[in-house]
Design a protein around this ligand. Structure first.
Ligand SMILES: *Cc1c(COP(=O)(O)O)cnc(C)c1O
Length: 460
C-alpha cells in the first residue's frame, strides 16, 4: 500500500486530474453491513480500482480549482506514523502535545505574536474562523455569557467583513446564534479589498443606532481573487473602536514564508486572532487548519470547562496545564501536528516559501498569457496566485461554464468558476508546488480549444 501511494504521487502527472464516477462504481458502495470479514488484499485492490481514480485530484499539478494544497510524500509518511501511534491529542502529558506546542511557537515567531499567544490545530479555516469569532464574542460579552446565553447584549452585537470575505464567516455568525444579518459586508474597491473608510462609517452608523460593534474580520487572501485587505488600516480602526480584529488568512497567511509575498501581508501581526490552513500553501496533508490567538487567556476563556473526568494532576499521565480541549470544541483529536512538524522540518520553510513564490509567478505568467490572447479576457487583477478570466464570446457565462466542465470531464485541468462583477469567471488558483509553466500552457490551450469549439465567430 505504501509503495502504491508513493507511485501514485510520483506518477500523478500522467493521470487525468479527475474522472467522472461510473454509476456501477458508485453502486458498489451501496452494499449491506459487512458482517463477515474480507481479505485485506482484496479490499486494497478495491481502493486502487474503485476509489483512487475518482478522488478530487488536488495532488495533480493541473488541479487549480477552489484553493486546495497538493500534499507531499513526507505528509503521507507522517500520516502513516500518526496512524500507527493513534494518539488521542485532546490533552494529557504526551509528546504529541509538545510537537503541537512547537508548531505554536513557530507560528508565534512567523507572525510576530507574543509568547502569551495560544494556538491549536483544527480541521480547517472554516472551523478556525468560527472559533476566532467565539473568542471575540466571549471577550465582548464576558465569559458569563457561556452560562446565560447571548441575551439582550448579544442581540445588539454586530460584526464586519468585506463583501469578498469567505462565506465561513457568515456561517460562523449564524452558528454562534448571532445571525448572519448581524454581519455587515463592507464594500470593496476594484481590487476586491475592503474599503476601510466605509468600515469606519458603518461602525459609526451602527453605534448611533444602538448596536454594539464587536468584531472585524480582515482577509489576507480572499477566496475569489486572492486580495489582501488593508490590514494596517483595519487594525487601526479596530484598536480605536476597541473591537476584535480577526484575520482570515486561510491560504495566504503562510505567504509570510516567501520573502516577496510577506510585505503584502503587513498588518497581519496586529491581529487579535488569525485563522489559516497548513493544508493549502503549507502543502501539509488534509486536514490541518490552525487558529492563533494573541491573548491565550482570552482563548481559554471561550472554551475551557471543567469536568471531573478531565481533571489535571500534578503527576502521571493527567499532567499539564492547558490541554488542546481547553482551546476549542474538540475533545478527541488526531495528531495533526506531526505531519505539519515533519513537513516543515524535512522541507525547511525556505523551500515551502519558494513554492509559494513560484505559485504567484505562475499566476502572473497565466495572467500575461490571458492578456496576450485576443480570445481571453482577464476579469480581476492578480494579487497573488489566483487568476480569474474567461473566453470572450456571446453568451459568455454559459459557454465558460461549459468550458470548465469539459476540462474537468476530459481530465485535462481543473479550474473552478466564480462570479466577478456579475460575470462568470474561469478561476485558476495555483496552490500546488508541482505546477509548472507547461501546466499553465496546457490550461490556456485547452480553454482556447474548448472555447473555439463552442463559439463559431472567428478569432485571431
Ligand atoms: C479555504 C478558505 C477558507 C475555508 O478553509 P477550510 O480549510 O476549507 O475550512 C476560508 N477562507 C478562505 C479565504 C479560504 O480560501
Amino acid at each position: 500500500m505504501l509503495s502504491d501511494m508513493l507511485d501514485y504521487i510520483e506518477h500523478i502527472r500522467a493521470r487525468p486530474v479527475w474522472q467522472p464516477i461510473p454509476d456501477a462504481t458508485r453502486q458498489l458502495f451501496h452494499a449491506a453491513l459487512p458482517t463477515a470479514p474480507r481479505d485485506l488484499a482484496d479490499v486494497h485492490a478495491s481502493v486502487m480500482q474503485d476509489i483512487l481514480p475518482h478522488v478530487v485530484g488536488n495532488t495533480h499539478p493541473r488541479f487549480m480549482g477552489w484553493v486546495h494544497g497538493g500534499g507531499t510524500p513526507v505528509g503521507l509518511l507522517a500520516d502513516m506514523l500518526a496512524g500507527g501511534l493513534n494518539a488521542n491529542v485532546g490533552g494529557r502529558d504526551q509528546m504529541p502535545l509538545e510537537v503541537e506546542a512547537q508548531v505554536v511557537r513557530w507560528m508565534r515567531e512567523l507572525f510576530a505574536f507574543p509568547d502569551t499567544a495560544s494556538g491549536v490545530f483544527v480541521t480547517g479555516t472554516s472551523m478556525a474562523n468560527y472559533m476566532g469569532l467565539l473568542v471575540a464574542l466571549t471577550h465582548a460579552l464576558g465569559a458569563g455569557y457561556r452560562r446565560t446565553g447571548l441575551g439582550e447584549k448579544g442581540a445588539a452585537l454586530v460584526a464586519y467583513c468585506s463583501a469578498a470575505t469567505h462565506n465561513s464567516v457568515a456561517r460562523a455568525m449564524s452558528m454562534a446564534g448571532l445571525g448572519s444579518n448581524a454581519l455587515r459586508r463592507i464594500p470593496v474597491n476594484a481590487a476586491q479589498q475592503m474599503d476601510a473608510r466605509a468600515l469606519q462609517r458603518q461602525i459609526h452608523t451602527d453605534r448611533a443606532a444602538g448596536r454594539r460593534p464587536f468584531l472585524v474580520v480582515g482577509s489576507a487572501g480572499t477566496v475569489d481573487v486572492g486580495a489582501v485587505d488593508p490590514l494596517p488600516a483595519i487594525a487601526d480602526i479596530a484598536a480605536q473602536e476597541s473591537i476584535w480584529f480577526h484575520v482570515d488568512g486561510a491560504f495566504a497567511a503562510l505567504g509570510m514564508l516567501a520573502p516577496d509575498i510577506a510585505p503584502m501581508l503587513a498588518g497581519i501581526e496586529r491581529a487579535d486572532s488569525l485563522a489559516f490552513d497548513f493544508h493549502k500553501w503549507g502543502q501539509v496533508q488534509y486536514d490541518a487548519g490552525f487558529l492563533l490567538v494573541r491573548d491565550g487567556a482570552k482563548h481559554r476563556a471561550a472554551f475551557a470547562a471543567s469536568a471531573d473526568y478531565l481533571q489535571r494532576d500534578a503527576r502521571g499521565l493527567a499532567g499539564g496545564d492547558t490541554w488542546p480541549c481547553d482551546l476549542g470544541p474538540d475533545l478527541s483529536r488526531s495528531f495533526r501536528a506531526l505531519k505539519t512538524w515533519m513537513t516543515f522540518t524535512v522541507l525547511g520553510t525556505e523551500h515551502i516559501g519558494a513554492s509559494i513564490s513560484q505559485c504567484c509567478r505562475l499566476a502572473r505568467y497565466l495572467r500575461d498569457q490571458v492578456e496576450a490572447s485576443s480570445m481571453l479576457e482577464l476579469l480581476a487583477p492578480v494579487a497573488l496566485n489566483i487568476v480569474c478570466f474567461r473566453f470572450v464570446c456571446a453568451d459568455a457565462d454559459r459557454i465558460n461554464r461549459e468550458i470548465v466542465a469539459d476540462l474537468h470531464e476530459a481530465g485535462i485541468a481543473v479550474p473552478s468558476t466564480t462570479v466577478i462583477d456579475g460575470h462568470l469567471a474561469i478561476r485558476a488558483a495555483i496552490v500546488n508546488h508541482r505546477t509548472t509553466d507547461a501546466d499553465i500552457d496546457i490550461l490556456v490551450a485547452a480553454v482556447a480549444d474548448a472555447g473555439r469549439a463552442y463559439c463559431k465567430e472567428p478569432h485571431d
